[in-house]
Design a protein around this ligand. Structure first.
Ligand code: PSU
Ligand code: MN
Length: 308
């Protein structure tokens, strides 16, 4: 089906047509999640890591209202500096389209575009979830995970969220939460949360096999792979908890809510940790890009084995 809202680069559409491994990236992390110039450096480095691992990177964003799969370096650079720029989840695509705006796609928005494009593996930092400040602030990311069949690699979810409620919601919606070489759900900056995953898997091949089994059964939900930040870059939970509590209290005091809440909390946490959390954030994003490329490669290898 030719979709005029969607624009895929030749390189990516060729890779998809050949069944070669492709890894998608979101762009809200570039437009709203990280400061300049680290956002652009990170976006470039993630693409590089994926290429080194033998897969094709596909950064997804809205450019002048069009859903773009694969960006040129000029476009990536423009997006990293664009002001104002939309944060695009499901409800915002039509806004971007009719107003011909640039926008960074959230996890949910990126999954929507991946489904249109036929991309099966996506790497991000942390997913959105149920916020602590308001029981009605539940990220569209959770809804997307419940009904878009693809693999999403993340470092868990930040403890700015209500993590037990987020995991309950994922369970209700039938989303398997895979711990990569861990039994514990990682909390983004920290490797520990005190909460469990639904299954532990120890290799990219096992993850590819698991996803295949999930979808072969007729399930339509995503497989959420949680990859703990490398030990050398992790910040202990005990160190993060008071900082997160302070940032959350400030958000409540300042009346910050809705789409602005996540970017506000991320920015404040980075300030309060004197940039330490930012370094952790960058490290886990690259770590997730590498694992996603390995998983995409393992899925590709499986497909070929089955075709014989
Ligand atoms: N969590 C992070 N960093 C981020 C985000 C989440 O640690 O940059 C971004 C992602 O793009 C995610 C979005 O999809 O925030 C969730 O926003 P909301 O809570 O408004 O749905
Ligand atoms: Mn929200």
């Amino acid at each position: 089906m030719k979709n005029t809202a969607l624009d895929i680069t030749l390189e990516i559409s060729r890779a998809l047509a050949m069944g070669a491994p492709v890894v998608a990236f979101e762009s809200t992390v570039i437009t709203h999640g990280l400061p300049q110039p680290q956002n652009l450096e990170l976006a470039r480095e993630m693409e590089k890591q994926v290429r080194t691992a033998g897969a094709t990177p596909a950064t997804i964003a809205l450019i002048k209202g069009k859903i773009r799969v694969g960006l040129s370096d000029e476009e990536l650079s423009g997006l990293s500096k664009a002001q104002p720029v939309l944060k695009v989840s499901h409800r915002d695509f039509a806004t971007a389209r009719v107003k011909k705006m640039d926008g960074g796609t959230t996890v949910a928005g990126t999954m929507f575009a991946c489904q249109m494009a036929g991309i099966k593996v996506f790497a991000t930092g942390g997913i959105g979830g149920v916020h602590k400040e308001s029981s009605f602030d539940i990220s569209t990311d959770l809804h997307a995970l419940s009904n878009i069949p693809m693999i999403v690699v993340c470092a868990g979810a930040k403890a700015i969220l209500d993590l037990p409620a987020t995991l309950e919601y994922l369970e209700t919606m039938g989303v398997p939460v895979v711990g990569y070489r861990t039994d514990e759900f990682p909390a983004f900056y920290s490797r520990e949360s005190g909460l469990g995953v639904s299954v532990r898997l120890d290799s990219p091949e096992e993850i590819a096999e698991f996803a295949r089994a999930h979808w072969d059964l007729g399930m339509r939900s995503a497989v959420l792979v949680t990859n703990p930040v490398p030990e050398t870059q992790a910040v202990p939970k005990s160190e993060m908890d008071p900082i997160i509590a302070k940032a959350s209290a400030e958000a409540v005091a300042q009346g910050i809510h809705g789409q602005k809440l996540t970017p506000f909390l991320l920015g404040r946490i980075s300030e309060l940790t004197g940039g330490k959390s930012l370094r952790t954030n960058l490290a886990l994003l690259l770590n997730n890009a590498r694992l996603a490329a390995q998983i995409a490669g393992a899925m590709d290898a499986k497909k070929k084995a089955w075709a014989i």
